[in-house]
Design a protein around this ligand. Structure first.
Ligand SMILES: Cc1cc2nc3c(=O)[nH]c(=O)nc-3n(C[C@H](O)[C@H](O)[C@H](O)COP(=O)(O)O)c2cc1C
Length: 148
């Protein structure tokens, strides 16, 4: 079973997740934090590598997971929290990262390594620039010859 899991602050990763879920007829699930924080606090936390932030508990049901989330400086704490929980262990993961325009490759690579270290198997990385969410549809339908 394929499951789409996303975290989104301003809606772009959510849009991408919805397209994937529709294309693959996969269940979709939103990562929610236990407390909502203002932008400035997220910005500060995003500078601290590997810091996590508590998320509401949920079950990772799929064997194949599309994990959609934004590029946040060095770290997206709610996603880091999910990875540290080891709930992605043994799962095949496609990373789908929404970004504004800078240094997304190294971020994606470091998340891929971190997931693999915590037992997941990252099989593909898709980088989607803000405003180009529609592109994910073609990318996932041709994913064997597209790794970006
Ligand atoms: C705290 C924070 C840090 C960000 N840092 C970066 C960054 O380093 N590089 C980048 O390209 N975009 C950065 N962005 C922009 C987001 O990656 C971009 O707007 C993305 O589409 C947001 O996805 P969302 O709507 O799912 O939250 C940052 C946004 C936030 C809120």
């Amino acid at each position: 079973m394929t499951q789409v899991i996303f975290f989104s602050y301003s809606g772009n990763s959510k849009k991408i997740a919805e397209i994937i879920s529709k294309e693959l007829k996969a269940e979709i699930f939103e990562i929610k934090t236990k407390i909502k924080l203002p932008y400035i606090i997220w910005l500060i936390l995003s500078f601290i590598p590997f810091i996590s932030f508590p998320i509401k508990d949920f079950e990772v049901k799929g064997e194949i997971i599309y994990l959609c989330f934004p590029k946040w400086t060095f770290n997206c704490p709610p996603v880091t929290s999910l990875i540290k929980s080891k709930k992605l262990a043994g799962k095949v993961i496609y990373l789908v990262i929404s970004y504004g325009g800078w240094r997304v490759e190294s971020y994606a690579e470091s998340y891929a390594k971190f997931i693999n270290k915590n037992g997941g198997k990252v099989k593909g990385i898709f980088l989607i620039r803000r405003g180009e969410e529609y592109k994910i549809k073609d990318i996932i339908n041709n994913k064997d010859n597209n790794n970006k």
